[in-house]
Structures are given as structure tokens and as C-alpha cells.
Design a protein. Sequence first.
Length: 275
Amino acid sequence: FASRYAGIDDYVTKIALEDGSLFVSYGDGGSFLCPAAQDLRRAVLRLYDHTLETGTGLTMYAVTEPLKAKLERYFPGAFEFAPDRGGCDYLYDIDRLASLAGRKLAKKRNHIKHFETEHPDWTFEPIGRNNIDECISMDRQWYKYKLRHETQEDVESLMGDNTALKRCLRAFSELGLDGGLIRVRGEVVAFTAGSVLPCGDVFDVNFEKAFGNIDGAYTMINREFARHIKEKYPNVRCMNREDDLDIEGLRRSKLSYYPDLLLEKYTAVLKGELS
């Protein structure tokens, strides 16, 4: 829900519950998340009836492989499926993120060692009512730096991210978020936040910010937060660091941690009629 709430203005999000099914629409047309429903066939037909009433086509996003297989079984040949690489979620074993063990992550451990050497006074603390404003202030500085150094395409993406982050931090407790930050010489240099998903064993990371000119800051907040979540929520087995939005730098960063699962998604576009 935090992710949906974060983008509620940017994507003109509408949410509806009907007969135990969850429907999420974007914009003014026929764009939807694939329904969360026990009876997917019935839910999709309900969406189809809705688009007939509004005179729009039917497009569904975030269609995973199992959902794709069901749609093909229920409605053979009715949908055209396009891979959505930028929308794929990156999932990692929480023990591996907390320890950074193994040869593949040796560079991450080196970044940690350099950070600890350069900043021996660093501290980690949970995000709460007493330090949220500091996180918002740090994000403002981070955003200004990015505006001077990023491409126009990436800046447009960052603008929405900046607004969404502030919206969620302002409703931190109401959204049931958990977060952590890193201080150096008393100043916030990195922070991150997210929430445990309803399944109970996955923690969804909505935001992660660090000053890029401080070597190891991103690696440090990632490791320390994984340790924090592992201790606080012993049932959590993995962390979902969400998608990369087709941003090259973000994709490199997430791949550098060698995800245990890259959750593939598709966009499904209705080609004709449903019955």
C-alpha cells in the first residue's frame, strides 16, 4: 500500500474492492494493475465490463509469470504480452545482505571497510518522529545534487520520486513504515524505509537515499538496514528492493548485489473482445 500511496498523485491512482478482489487503476483510461483476486477470470471480466462502460481499452501491468499463464489459460490468444524489464522486482536473501558474505560481494565489503575507516564516528539509528525532518532535509540536498549531475531523463524520474518520498515520510507511522539512517559527524548521510508485506516473510524497500560522494554510504545503509530488519522481524527471509525503472545506474547498482530472484513482469494488452 505504501508504494501505491507514494505515487497516488503522479499516476492518478484509484483503488476499489469488490467481491474480495482488489482493483487499481492509473490515469483516466483503461490502465490497471493485474487484479489481486482468488478468481482471476471473474476479476478480469469485471475490468473488461468496466472498460466497455468507459469506452477505453484494457491494459494490465505487473503481470507476473504465474498470472500470465492463468490469463493465457482463461483467455487463449486474447492478450498480447510485452516484457516490462524496468518493472521487474529485485529480491535478495536477507542473510546475504546483512553479512555481505561470499566472493561476489567482496567489493561491497571493501566499500564498507573504506567507509568505516574514513568515518569512524558513524552511527545507525531507526527513523522515528524525532528525525524524519532531518531525512527530508537530507533528501532535499540529495535532490539538488542530482539535478546538477543527472541526465534530463533521469531528472524527470527523480522529480516524482522526490515528491513520493516526502509524501510517505510525512505519513510514516500511518503507513506502518520502518526505516533507518546513517549519521556521520552527527549529520544524516543516508536513509532508507519500507514495510513488511502482508505475506510476512518479505520486506519491501520503498526508498533508499545516500550521498553518492561519500564512498560506501549506500552500501552501509543497505547492510545496516538489513541487519535491523533481520533482528526486528525474524520471520522476514528476503528483501524486495523493487524495480529499476529502466534507469541504467539504478540497474547496475541492484545487479551488483546479485539478486536471488529477478521477478519478471509483463504488460498485457487486450487485442479484441473477452467472453
